[in-house]
Design a protein around this ligand. Structure first.
Ligand code: ZN
Length: 107
C-alpha cells in the first residue's frame, strides 16, 4: 500500500517514534508497533503529544508499513563485564587491555 497522500513525517515525529520504539524494545517488548497500537487504542499517556498526532495523521495502517531509515532499533546485548583486574597491579582495566602499569615498569 502506498501512502503517497500522507504528508512527509516530520523529523520530530520520527525521533519520537524512534525513542518510543527503543524504549519498548529495551523493556523487552517484541513488537513496538503492536505496543504503540495498543497505546493508541487506550490513549495511553505515553503517546500523548507527538505520537498521538502521528496516530491522528497517519494511523495504524501507516504504522504497519513504517520503517526507520536506519533499521529497527535493537535491544542492547545483556550487560557484560567489561572490566577486569590487572594481574600485575590489581587495578580495574578493560578486558583485553593492559592497564599500562607493566609497560610503564618495563620502560
Ligand atoms: Zn596494572
Amino acid at each position: 500500500m502506498i501512502n503517497s497522500h500522507l504528508p512527509t513525517l516530520s523529523a520530530e515525529a520520527y525521533n519520537e517514534l524512534r525513542t518510543y520504539a527503543t524504549a519498548r524494545i529495551n523493556e523487552g517488548c517484541q513488537d513496538w508497533r503492536e505496543q504503540l497500537l495498543d497505546d493508541w487504542m487506550r490513549d495511553d499517556r505515553r503517546q500523548w503529544g507527538v505520537l498521538r498526532a502521528v496516530r491522528n495523521t497517519y494511523g495504524p495502517s501507516w504504522l504497519a508499513t513504517f520503517r526507520f531509515t536506519e533499521g529497527e532499533p535493537t535491544r542492547p546485548a545483556k550487560t557484560k563485564t567489561t572490566r577486569s583486574r590487572c594481574s600485575h597491579c590489581g587495578s580495574a582495566k578493560p578486558i583485553g587491555q593492559s592497564c599500562g602499569c607493566f609497560d610503564n615498569n618495563s620502560q
